[in-house]
Design a protein around this ligand. Structure first.
Ligand code: LLP
Length: 435
């Protein structure tokens, strides 16, 4: 994501529909479940899945949803019902996908720092593919894999490709912690072969997140293709797939989405011309615009010539604006009381900020939001991916509830945390242990 200018950009009407739901439906959810609340649309997730499947039609491929984008069990269930596989990066995500009913064979396990315990858990349950990211990891895996049935592994390659994204979400440049540098791949493959009980099934990459151009994918895929050829020449006859990772950019409003046709053209040939399957690991593409965050305006005030609207959701609920300067459209679902006692200023640009004690706690700056007075219900758009999963209890705020909407019905898929939940596992009378 590029840092999109925060000022302006909003559509600004009152009573807008969101996720194809009329404002009354959103008001009802907010009224019954409370705010802040994340609302997701199962139909939108299915729509995004359809779009990607259609773009890849005719190519042997498998879509693995990247669980880190939104790992709630209710969402995983939607993904499972669509027939997708998953991409996971931790023991916690492994437990979640197993709970949601995914078969181990449908799991790709990646991650730059998998612990010994995580590798062991992955072997124990028999994940479909383990992507190796370092020599160290290989050494441990090789030891753990002894006396087991053969383990399918891939190499996540760092192809040294730059993307047009926020520096924090670029992952494939030389010097980054992710993947195996391209010039070390052949050597690692040799070691995998020597290990005996490992089968090298895949070469993969993940370039970064919110990528809007196909060109980096083309360069990355070309690198994987060249490496695959080298491995075949040196006798590797087990390769079955090329994994091009996730990162498919969506439009959050002013910024362009990745063109799916161009994406397909950039990556498909590399796999199909070698008789390999294409693996894709989208997270944001499926969830980003399939969810929003509903928040209520607490108060509105003027300071230093600016109008400030303070909402009950902040950086602890939705970190992307504060962490990346990311732009998220904000809509007024239902009008509040008249402009903080100064109705004439109702059309001034407003800074929509959270209640946390940080000046960097904001959802959107300089927005035109008529009707955003106290009590107004706002929807922060594009909050389905990297929303709840990145939320925290900062300022001792309970984390938000989550609601799933499907075919004209809604269900709470996560209860709002309580203040009691916040203190679970803590004590004010510690049991001291001698050192
Ligand atoms: N595969 C791997 C190995 C990944 O590391 C990621 C994301 C994905 C797939 C899915 O990427 P996606 O399709 O969602 O772009 N918190 C950041 C995004 C970090 C993504 C990390 N890895 C944000 O809010 O923009």
């Amino acid at each position: 994501m590029r840092l999109v200018r925060q000022e302006g950009g909003n559509r600004g009407g009152v009573g807008e529909s969101v996720l194809d739901l009329p404002p009354q439906a959103l008001e009802r959810i907010a009224g019954e479940v409370g705010t802040p609340v994340f609302v997701y649309s199962a139909d939108k997730i299915a729509e995004q899945h359809r779009a990607l499947s259609q773009a890849l039609a005719g190519i042997s491929h498998r879509i693995h949803y990247s669980v880190k984008a939104n790992s709630s069990l209710g969402i995983l269930r939607v993904i499972r019902d669509l027939g997708l596989g998953v991409d996971i990066v931790s023991m916690g995500e492994l437990a979640r996908v197993l709970r949601a009913g995914f078969s181990p064979a449908d799991i790709v396990f990646s991650g730059a720092g998998k612990t010994c315990a995580e590798l062991e858990a992955a072997l124990e349950c028999g994940v479909g593919l383990l992507n190796l990211e370092s020599e160290w990891e290989l050494e441990i895996l090789c030891r753990l894999a002894r006396d087991r049935k053969p383990v399918d592994v891939g190499i996540r390659v760092n192809p040294d490709v730059t993307t047009d994204t926020h520096p924090y979400t670029q992952t494939a440049r030389a010097g980054h912690k992710f993947g195996v540098p391209r010039d070390q791949v052949v050597d690692l493959a040799r070691r995998i072969m020597r290990c005996g009980n490992l089968r090298l099934r895949s070469l993969g990459m993940h370039l970064g997140s919110q990528i809007s151009q196909a060109e980096p994918y083309r360069r990355g895929a070309a690198c994987l293709g060249e490496l695959a050829d080298k491995l075949v020449r040196m006798g590797v006859d087990t390769l079955a797939s090329i994994d091009v990772g996730g990162g498919l950019g969506i439009s959050y409003g002013p910024d362009p989405a990745l063109d799916l046709g161009e994406f397909r053209d950039a990556v498909a040939g590399v796999a199909s011309s070698r008789g390999l399957a294409l693996l894709v690991e989208p997270g944001r593409f499926l969830l980003g615009n399939s969810g929003c965050l509903l928040t209520r305006v607490i108060c509105r005030k003027r300071s230093g010539g600016r109008t400030i609207v303070i909402t009950d959701a902040g950086m602890n609920d939705f970190l992307r604006p504060s962490l990346y300067g990311a732009y998220h459209e904000i809509r007024v679902v239902a009008e509040g009381a008249g402009g903080g006692g100064d109705a004439s200023r109702d059309h001034d640009p407003v800074d929509v900020v959270g209640p946390n004690c940080e000046t960097g706690d904001f959802l959107g700056m300089g927005r035109r939001l008529a009707g955003a007075g106290p009590g107004a219900l706002l929807a922060v758009m594009g909050a389905g991916a990297y929303g709840f999963v990145m939320s925290s209890n900062y300022n001792s705020r309970p984390r938000a509830a989550e609601v799933l909407v499907r075919e004209g019905k809604y269900a709470v898929i996560r209860q709002r945390e309580t203040v009691e939940d916040l203190m679970r596992g803590e004590t004010d009378s510690p049991r001291w242990v001698n050192l």
